[in-house]
Design a protein around this ligand. Sequence first.
Ligand code: E4P
Length: 214
Amino acid sequence: MKFFLDTANLNEIRDVASWGILDGVTTNPSLVAKETMPFPDLIKAIAEIVAGPISVECISEKAPEIIREGRELAKAAPNIAVKIPITIEGLKAIKVLSGEGIMVNTTLIFSSTQALLAAKAGAKFVSPFIGRLDDISQDGMGLIEEIVSIFENDPYPTEVIVASVRHPRHIVDAALIGADICTVPYAVMEKLVRHPLTDLGIERFLKDWGKVKK
Ligand code: E4P
């Protein structure tokens, strides 16, 4: 499974990139709004740090405008994936932009039918938001299971990005199901590494090392 970082913060991106495990980045308007750098510079800076796909969201709502905006966004760097919300207008734009070889990440996916249609239109990625489904007591991970099975039955090259991740168990379950990618917030990414027994083990080994005759 690939790991994307769900942030627009350059410090977080630089940090996780230095761990050697980062495959890509996803941003959205809410994440970009937290940063101070002008949007075009920010996107270019992110794309320079990470070689993998960098998802950047279109805010237009009609297909011709989404297509225009998507083409502009994609010019920023070769690794830009244009994020398009799943709507009928969005589908039309996905078809055109994907046909031009632009990577499209279909966002705000909350059902299997939305994922299936995005894949048929040629999207490179679909992003089901599992945390937001869990928030309204629906089964976010159940949706991932369904979409992964559907893409196995009807083999689309579209990759499933597990999005709106809230905690480490989401990542374990996504990997067990066989999702292609998890996009993870920085705070959750840190939790994936830490374990109290590892900390205790290091502490004990260092203490005992102090007793070794050197
Ligand atoms: C994914 O691409 C989105 O940016 C993100 O995962 C949304 O997560 P949230 O529900 O925590 O806002």
